[in-house]
Design a protein around this ligand. Structure first.
Ligand SMILES: NC(=O)c1ccc[n+]([C@@H]2O[C@H](COP(=O)([O-])OP(=O)(O)OC[C@H]3O[C@@H](n4cnc5c(N)ncnc54)[C@H](OP(=O)(O)O)[C@@H]3O)[C@@H](O)[C@H]2O)c1
Length: 286
């Protein structure tokens, strides 16, 4: 049995779809979800849906019963997730789960990204729990950038503060395929670490140039000071803490925090990762 936490999220749904595509029988897939009512589509495909709320340890223990391999998708509540992940690891230990794969962040051990600290703590907890584990150190999703394509086209410019920092993004679907490859592999090492990132990196200027080419509109990239970018994000309607987080991510990108040239992601999934051109084309198709 495979269990996928947060299986109603965007990454989790792609992981379940990729497992099914890999001929894993739906009866052997547990969608371990906070909100079973959001999982009707998965249940209709024969996937086993069980309630698994990171904040309710009892649900985790029941959800992981009989599970051999678990994908723990990192929680999105940054202030709580270290404890939430601990609850999942404790439930996995009690349920006798054999392997836990965890979606960490690129170069977690040395990353300057503000989110890296919580990932480092969960990586340490995994080692301490004595569970065989796979660290899927995911780089940035293309979708972090392509989600704002309609707004960028409407405003006529792309703004940011990443300067000419390179970003080795890949599509969520690429990371989902990597999780499935790592989870289904017959590999008994106690620890496997993958630095997962797109095959080729881009700068925000190159993103704007490709968007201009494909949309037929001239979209320049304008680099702002971090405080000005944060203010622009807040003015666009984002909560202040999100605007601050995103602006800091961009500053980290300027310092090289989102680049990686190791090509471990394409190696793991056995195909090239999604390109910038493909990601923008997908966003323009809507
Ligand atoms: N690499 C990147 O660029 C990047 C970007 C953003 C986030 N991330 C990380 O990657 C994770 C997955 O990304 P995503 O795109 O799939 O995010 P997403 O679409 O926002 O999904 C988040 C999932 O987490 C679930 N969740 C939240 N709190 C929970 C709890 N207490 N118990 C159980 N499940 C809970 C949500 O459940 P419901 O369906 O019930 O709401 C949802 O399914 C994120 O959570 C975050 O840690 C990575």
């Amino acid at each position: 049995m495979y269990a996928i936490t947060a299986a109603t999220g965007r990454l989790g749904r792609l992981v379940v779809a990729a497992l099914l595509k890999n001929q894993v029988p739906p009866k052997q897939i547990v969608a371990a979800v906070r909100s079973p009512d959001k999982a009707a589509e998965l249940a209709a495909q024969g996937v086993v849906v069980r309630k698994a709320d990171y904040d309710q340890p009892d649900t985790l223990r029941t959800a992981l019963s009989g599970v051999e391999k678990l994908l723990l998708i990192s929680g999105n509540d940054l202030g709580r997730r270290v404890q939430q992940h601990r609850s999942v690891l404790e439930a996995a230990r009690l349920a006798g789960v054999r392997v836990v794969a965890y979606t960490s962040v690129l170069h977690a051990d040395s990353s300057v990204l503000s989110v890296a600290d919580t990932h480092r703590r969960t990586e340490a907890d995994l080692r301490e729990a004595g569970l065989a584990h796979v660290l899927l150190r995911n780089g940035w999703y293309f979708e972090n950038y392509t989600a704002s394509v309609p707004a960028v086209l409407a405003s006529g410019e792309l703004v940011g503060c990443s300067q000419d920092g390179r970003i080795s993004a890949a599509a969520r679907a690429d990371y989902a395929d990597a999780a499935v490859a790592a989870l289904t592999a017959a590999d008994d090492r106690r620890e496997r670490i993958y630095e997962l990132a797109g095959d080729s990196a881009f700068t925000r200027s190159e993103f704007a140039a490709e968007l201009s080419r494909q949309s037929g509109k001239t979209i320049p990239y304008r680099n702002l000071a971090e405080a000005d970018y944060r203010a622009a994000l807040a003015a666009s309607g984002l909560p202040d803490f999100v605007a601050e987080l995103l602006a800091k991510f961009d500053t980290a990108a300027a310092r090289g925090a989102l680049v990686d040239n190791g090509r471990q992601l394409s190696g793991l999934i056995g195909r090239p990762t999604t390109t910038l051109s493909q990601a923008i084309a997908a966003a323009l198709r809507g």
